[in-house]
Design a binder for this molecule. Structure first.
Ligand SMILES: Nc1ncnc2c1ncn2[C@@H]1O[C@H](COP(=O)(O)OP(=O)(O)OP(=O)(O)O)[C@@H](O)[C@H]1O
Length: 461
């Protein structure tokens, strides 16, 4: 095979994979040679090699064969001595010097910790003040592992969950602990919005090279609320390159978002895939026990500021029951209650709570979760909760499962893919089919219509 053949194959691949993929993945490949049926390519980084191999390997091979090069296998390797992506050289990392590659290969910039682009950390957001319960235990365990600063075992750590469930708190906690225990590490935390702001500023001031070097020199990068960059093309592009450069250097990345990578609209496919390549953990909506735990923890903290304030038994339980899953709202309610109680100099009774928090209580009238629906429906039809998410297809199980899917669509704001995932990782088309089927049955089968109505009333009670 000659370079000409590869030139023709590249043209075919451009048509087959589209311009975006082509520019990112195919263009950087440098054809080396074919020996013993193995086509060898040089790639600038291992990450690109692995990615291309996994996602485009078969296509490239087929096109090569079609172009008359009977290759049996393709191999990608980073040539020895190739310029590495900008890496803080171990020997001069301490001095703050960074070696770059290509146009500015020999440039050095100062990037002492004072220059690092991070946002300040909130003192209150530590592991000590984070209350662990079932809904967040996985996220907490993963965050703890990353905070140990040991060898990178999953990259990135992607934390996602609804508003006010503790994503920022966990990221700050990781940063605090790393700063404490591993002061040699350059840890940067910032929101995706700040990342964009920094980038735009660099563009405006002709400082993109410095921007790149600064971000590529960190040891641990945390980007909060990454959904913000969706639809912002050049920021996404830059984020993607920063991300790849850091992963290639085996530097830890931690990302948070309000939803799973695949569900962030207008986020480029290649970025979404990259974000899913490490460990993706979901902070579930808080449950009653966790809310109560958080309230008790907060009360302990407030004791210092409000000595002598008495809270009647049952008040915390009442709040944990009645206030929505968002911890920020829960904390706000408690703060208001303490402030009010100490102002009027009275014990915090149930009456005072209801008066003082009437608006909050009204606003957070309980929202139904998919799990509650599954539990209620299982109880109603006398089946095991595990069968809701299990593979059994017998009508006595499949029908209630479809009803639970239907109710989840009606009573929660979860999307079809999210519902599918909560039913044992089923596809969204399965949920769509269930919803349609139950709608049809409801119109002709009185028993089903009545059951659904009863379940709905119980769930919304
Ligand atoms: N498990 C927890 N234990 C103690 N406090 C918590 C817990 N979860 C959340 N909080 C508190 O709730 C508030 C909101 O949390 P945080 O800002 O981390 O939420 P978030 O998930 O980042 O939300 P957003 O999407 O709005 O940014 C913070 O004050 C945080 O300390």
């Amino acid at each position: 095979m000659t370079n000409d053949t590869w030139g023709r194959v590249r043209q075919d691949l451009l048509k087959a994979v589209g311009k975006n993929n082509y520019v990112t993945w195919i263009e950087p490949l440098e054809f080396e040679r074919v020996d013993n049926g193995v086509a060898r390519f040089n790639v600038p980084t291992n990450f690109i090699g692995n990615w291309v191999s996994r996602n485009f390997g078969d296509q490239i091979q087929q096109h090569l064969i079609r172009a008359g090069a009977p290759v049996e296998r393709i191999e990608f390797s980073v040539p020895a001595g190739a310029p590495r992506p900008m890496t803080p050289a171990a020997s001069n990392a301490d001095s703050g010097e960074i070696r770059g590659t290509t146009p500015v290969r020999h440039a050095t910039v100062k990037a002492t910790s004072g220059d690092l682009p991070g946002a300040p950390l909130d003192k209150r957001f530590t592991f000590d003040s984070f209350v662990v319960g079932k809904p967040n235990q996985l996220a907490h365990a993963a965050a703890r592992r990353v905070a140990e600063g040991g060898p990178v075992s999953f990259n990135p750590l992607f934390l996602y969950g609804g508003v006010g469930l503790g994503k920022t708190h966990l990221m700050h906690a990781i940063a605090w602990q790393l700063q404490n225990d591993r002061s040699d590490l350059r840890v940067v935390y910032l929101s995706a919005e700040q990342f964009m702001y920094r980038f735009v500023q660099a563009l405006r001031e002709n400082g993109t090279m410095q921007f790149k070097e600064m971000f590529r020199s960190v040891d641990v990068l945390m980007v909060d609320d990454v959904q913000f960059i969706a639809g912002k093309d050049s920021t996404q592009e830059e984020f993607f390159h920063t991300f790849n450069a850091l992963v290639d250097q085996n530097k830890q990345i931690i990302i948070s978002a309000d939803r799973a990578p695949g569900e962030i609209k207008k986020l480029e496919e290649r970025i979404a895939s990259r974000l899913q390549s490490g460990l993706v953990v979901d902070l579930h909506p808080t449950d009653y026990e966790l809310r109560l735990g958080i309230l008790q923890h907060k009360v302990e903290q407030y004791r210092e500021s409000y000595p002598g304030l008495v809270i009647q038994d049952g008040v915390l339980e009442f709040l944990a029951h009645r206030i929505s899953t968002n911890v920020r709202v829960l904390e706000g309610a408690l703060t208001k209650l303490f402030a009010f109680g100490s102002l009027v100099g009275r014990e915090v009774t149930m009456d005072l709570t209801q008066d003082c928090l009437a608006d909050v209580l009204r606003a957070s009238d309980r929202k139904v979760t998919v799990e509650e629906i599954q539990r209620r429906v299982s109880e109603h039809y006398n089946m095991r909760m595990s069968d809701m998410i299990g593979p059994k297809r017998h009508r006595t199980i499949a029908r209630p499962r479809q009803m639970a899917m239907y109710l989840s669509k009606q009573l929660t704001s979860r999307s079809l893919p999210e519902i599918g995932r909560r039913f044992g990782g089923r596809d969204h088309t399965t949920v769509m089919h269930a919803v349609k089927r139950i709608e049809e049955l409801k119109a002709v089968d009185n028993q089903i219509a009545e059951d659904l109505e009863l379940l709905r009333r119980m769930l919304e009670a």
